[in-house]
Design a protein around this ligand. Structure first.
Ligand SMILES: [Zn+2]
Ligand SMILES: [Zn+2]
Length: 477
């Protein structure tokens, strides 16, 4: 976590009020523990089960919007806005969705197989007569993050169909009627989340169809969609330009004029007849303290905390298959090592029975291992997961009693670990053949456990300190 104000920010930020002092706090979307920079309180944010609703406050004034419109008019040598200029401000709702996409792409590559006479090759020969092209079928399997946004309100002319690059840096506040100014209208949500998810799947499939499979079929599968609803500000401006009529839509954060609307449509844009009741969740902000003794818990981001005072474990997420007895490899490495957390997931026998062969080993694998640190690259996380899964049966694990500064935070929660296990499993099966059925294994998890294993840096890599063979690229951590 960085408090540096000079660092260029990207991403989606949420502004909340500190329950200790009332000061404003800005936190990143995925973050749930934060220290108040005003009073020092350590706070935790619990996300609701239903999608949360945010509002992006408007940043520009009417004067700036008018200035931008007049500048455009001047450039196109038209009369400027008149004294009858009218402004309407709206908050338009969008669904914003983050997900993981697993793609398989089937291609046929032609490789020239050169026969023994191939030595006589001359650069002047147009084609090498002695070579025979052979076909090789290749399946590329990749995992990547995916995010998209869709209109959640009624169809309105010239309102952008998605938030697009607007989500590269946004500060939003939890939505409540109080933080919508009186003269601004927040449009009702008419597209339910399930409908938005269907559109998301469709758009992912469409992207997938751009590459046509050269054999079999390409697959694109979406995992773990997480939705929030974002109200984004727009200005609708109307004015006469001499004897002509002008109407514009402007982005309420940047002030950019999105569209000059030539014709005024008859229907009122504020029609609310289609309103459906959609349930939204509320963010819950509280002091981050041990439930057992009331001691403040560490302020860094993690899914798991051990109280310094009474050693009780606090998990930020309640999952009933989570066995909270933490473990550590019996060889816990040297003082200079770091201890990386991993989730081990035990599956029902109908999954674990086929896991060994899926992972290319003859050994029986009962546990799938998922890194509990966040790697910047899904493929690296997958490869590390694969190596750890194969190595897991060789590990000696002891109960873990106490944390020290060598322990890395748990940044992948139990429910995300279950989804990632599904993704890794699917990735592995796809790598064998795209025609294998993709079984949903998320409800076949018998138990989840956390264990720690020592690693140390070696040039560009992190290398494990037990086998000295499991690596991942340092910069992805
Ligand atoms: Zn505070
Ligand atoms: Zn305690």
């Amino acid at each position: 976590m960085s408090n540096s104000a000079t660092k260029r920010k990207t991403g989606f930020y949420i502004e909340v009020g500190c329950p200790g002092c009332g000061g404003d706090l800005e936190l990143q979307q995925d973050f749930f523990v934060i220290s108040c920079k005003h009073c020092g309180s350590v706070l935790r944010i619990r996300m609701p089960d239903t999608p949360p609703v945010y509002i992006v406050p408007k940043k520009v004034s009417r004067r700036e919007i008018r200035f931008n419109i007049d500048r455009l008019l001047k450039e196109s040598k038209q009369p400027l806005t008149g004294s009858d200029i009218q402004y309407k401000q709206i908050y338009y709702p969008y669904w914003h969705i983050n997900a993981v996409v697993l793609k398989t792409r089937n291609r046929v590559e032609y490789i020239a197989e050169r026969s023994a006479e191939g030595y006589g090759y001359s650069s002047y020969t147009r084609a090498e007569k002695t070579s025979v092209p052979i076909k090789e079928k290749k399946t590329e399997v990749t995992l990547s993050p995916f995010s998209a946004s869709f209109q959640a309100g009624m169809v309105m002319e010239n309102i952008p169909s998605s938030l697009g690059v607007r989500t590269q840096y946004i500060v939003a506040a939890p939505f409540s009627e109080e933080n919508v100014e009186d003269d601004i209208h927040a449009l009702p949500v008419i597209i339910p989340w399930q409908e938005a998810f269907k559109r998301l799947e469709k758009s992912v499939q469409t992207v997938g169809q751009i590459n046509i499979a050269e054999f079999g079929s390409n697959k694109t599968v979406l995992f773990r969609p997480i939705a929030s609803l974002i109200y984004f500000p727009f200005y609708i401006v109307e004015s006469h330009l001499g004897d002509k009529y002008g109407r514009w839509i402007a982005d309420g954060v940047t002030g950019r004029i999105i569209k000059n609307v030539e014709r005024l449509s008859n229907s009122s844009p504020y029609e609310e007849s289609n309103r459906t009741k959609i349930e939204f969740g509320k963010l819950d902000i509280d002091h981050h303290r041990c439930s057992n003794c009331g001691e403040d818990l560490p302020g860094e981001q993690s899914y798991i905390y051990i109280c310094n005072n009474c050693q009780q474990l606090t998990s930020m997420e309640q999952v009933n298959r989570f066995n909270t007895n933490l473990e550590i490899t019996s060889n816990s490495g040297s003082d200079n090592d770091i201890l990386i957390p991993f989730w081990s997931l035990k599956f029902e026998s109908n999954v674990s029975g086929s896991m060994g062969s899926s992972f290319g080993t003859t050994e029986k694998l009962e546990n799938l291992v998922i890194p509990a640190i966040r790697l910047s690259n899904f493929e690296s996380a997958y490869k590390l997961s694969r190596r750890m899964t194969v190595a897991y049966p060789e590990l000696d694990l002891d109960p873990l009693m106490q944390f020290d500064k060598r322990f890395k935070s748990v940044l992948i929660g139990p429910s995300e670990a279950i989804t990632l296990a599904q993704v890794v499993y699917a990735r592995e099966r796809m790598g064998i053949s795209t025609s294998l059925p993709l079984k949903d294994i998320t409800h076949l998890v018998k138990e989840l456990k956390l264990f720690y294993m020592p690693f140390h840096p070696e040039q560009y890599f992190m290398l494990d300190s037990i086998f000295n063979s499991i690596t991942f690229v340092k910069s992805t951590m």
